[in-house]
Design a protein around this ligand. Structure first.
Ligand SMILES: Nc1ncnc2c1ncn2[C@@H]1O[C@H](COP(=O)(O)OP(=O)(O)OP(=O)(O)O)[C@@H](O)[C@H]1O
Ligand SMILES: CC(=O)C(=O)O
Length: 501
């Protein structure tokens, strides 16, 4: 090794730091295992839980200067250690001990240890999302529209173009419609000889518009208008200055909202502020809408990003829908879970309904609030400790709850924590939204698919051009798989590297 005395001193200092980091990580892991031991029933999940504890311990520290210091030595700078945290630290310590000639405390880890995490993740992905025909790493989930009930050709096209999982959003339609959707998917599955999973998502305690009352004919609202969120229609004449009076699915929370609070309607389409509050409801001033004006319809989400409500994760209606899903779905999704306690209540209700079989059914945890992101590790430990588990980055509500700017950071953090726990992730909402609604994609949404290719699944929402959306995602994924796997850029030989010769 051609290094001077000063540089050797730096290497010895690095070794001290990395040895300490490794020891702290193992100590914190032992503490966390003791805390969670009783909840971790599934043997298969134990190595993943252990790696998650290692990773969380690493990520509780700011390691940026250590990373910088490792790079000149040609050593791992810890930027891709999610699925192999302790093996990476072992390898670093062992190599630094070789370089400095220090006493050996750690041996080089067996190469197989670096592949265990990715192999478990691939196995979990196959078990929950099924195989892929196209050999792409990332699966495609598509949301079935109501029209899928009587249009076999539409469903056939989705399967033919590469849909691996059909998503049924139980916030809309009913059991009769869902039954028909499932029959169509099963028919397409037979026709193309492909396995397609059915995922049914429970609505959860999502607050929505219920009725919309107005004296005008089909009015649009714009910035500067006022609207009313109200308990009932009987006082309608009292608000002549309001363009609409809107009811909501959970009117009891109105009492908890404060004046000046932000209220967001329809996934961010309408942004308002509370200007008046009384026993009947709230008067809202609209300060921004998507475009120059827009309609507010029933069944649209209402978010109060600054408030936290203690709503039960399984409203009564969901318990009924859950019984249906337990009979028909391959994956069951739950919306607006906040923490491990919510996950436990879901698991208990599933077990109450179908007994031991409940533990075999894959749960999809939709992460759509900042609170759920904060509690992600414990949601995963509780969920995967008993059930096969996948996680959805539900960006529709999450963006509204955390603000657009923070979304970019949170969607990555969710991916990293899930990778450390070998949990498959679904990159969801507004993927190729323009293509799916209008037939032409924006440039930025192509990049979004490339970014989503680091997830195990990409979800598409409803729209007229959904089959084209599925095909476009599949084709972008086919290109992307040569260049990037999770966080790692793959060095396929580049055509443009020859151009100057
Ligand atoms: N049957 C339906 N009746 C009324 N609105 C619907 C229906 N199906 C979907 N929508 C609306 O269409 C849009 C796209 O629905 P999709 O299920 O793809 O997305 P989503 O964001 O998961 O929906 P939601 O937020 O309503 O649960 C949403 O605004 C949804 O509210
Ligand atoms: C999918 C969903 O519920 C969301 O993005 O909010």
């Amino acid at each position: 090794m051609d290094k001077g005395a000063d540089e050797m001193k730096l290497a010895r200092e690095l070794l001290v730091r990395v040895r300490k980091l490794r020891q702290d990580v193992m100590d914190e892991r032992d503490r966390d295992i003791a805390l969670w031991d009783e909840e971790l029933e599934r043997e298969d999940f134990l190595p993943s839980a252990e790696n998650l504890f290692h990773y969380l311990a690493v990520r509780r520290r700011d390691l940026r200067d250590l990373q910088e210091a490792l790079i000149p030595w040609g050593l791992s700078s810890l930027g891709r250690l999610e699925a192999k945290t302790l093996a990476t630290l072992d390898s670093l310590v062992a190599t630094l001990e070789d370089i400095t000639g220090a006493e050996k405390t750690v041996f080089h880890p067996k190469i197989a240890r670096f592949y265990e995490g990715p192999e478990i993740l691939a196995k979990n992905t196959l078990e929950i999302f099924g195989p892929t025909e196209s050999k792409n790493y990332t699966r495609i989930m598509a949301t079935l529209p109501t029209e899928a009930t009587d249009d076999q050709k539409f469903v056939d096209k989705l399967v033919e173009n590469g849909m691996n999982i059909a998503r049924i959003n139980c916030s809309h339609d009913d059991e009769e419609i869902w039954t028909q959707m499932i029959e169509r998917v099963r028919a397409a599955e037979k026709k193309f000889g492909r396995e397609v999973k059915i995922s049914m998502e429970m609505a959860g305690p999502k607050i929505r518009t219920s009725w919309v009352y107005t004296t005008e004919k089909n009015p649009k609202v714009a910035a500067g208008d006022s609207i009313r969120l109200d308990k009932d229609t009987t006082k309608i004449g009292n608000y002549p200055h309001c363009k609409l009076v809107v009811g909501m699915t959970v009117p009891e929370i109105l009492a908890d909202i404060r004046e000046e609070e932000e209220v967001i309607i329809d996934d961010g389409t309408v942004e308002c502020r509370v200007v008046e509050k009384d026993a009947q409801g709230l008067t809202l001033y609209i300060h921004k809408v998507n475009g120059s004006d827009t309609r507010i319809k029933s069944e649209k989400g209402i978010n109060f990003p600054k408030s936290r409500f203690d709503l039960h994760v399984l409203p009564e209606q969901d318990k009924v829908h859950l019984a249906f899903a337990l009979e028909h779905a391959d994956i069951i999704g739950f919306s607006f879970m906040k923490n491990a306690q919510d996950m436990r209540m879901i698991q208990e209700e599933m077990e109450r309904q179908v007994g031991e079989r409940a533990k075999k059914i894959p749960i999809l945890a939709k992460i759509e609030t900042v609170q759920a992101v904060d509690n992600l590790a414990s949601i995963i430990l509780q969920g995967a400790g008993k059930n096969p588990l996948c996680v959805m980055i539900a960006r529709g509500d999450l963006a509204v709850e955390c603000g657009y700017v923070r979304l970019s950071e949170l969607q990555q953090e969710i991916m990293w924590i899930c990778e450390a726990a070998n949990i498959p992730v679904i990159w969801a909402t507004e993927v190729l939204a323009n293509l799916i609604k209008r037939g032409i994609p924006t440039r930025a949404e192509i990049t979004d698919v490339a970014e989503g290719a680091s997830a195990e699944c990409i979800m598409l929402n409803k729209g007229k051009y959904l089959p084209q959306g599925v095909e476009m995602v599949r084709r972008i994924l086919e290109k992307q798989k040569y260049h990037k796997l999770k966080k790692t850029y793959m060095l396929r030989a580049l055509g443009i590297a020859y151009s100057h010769e």
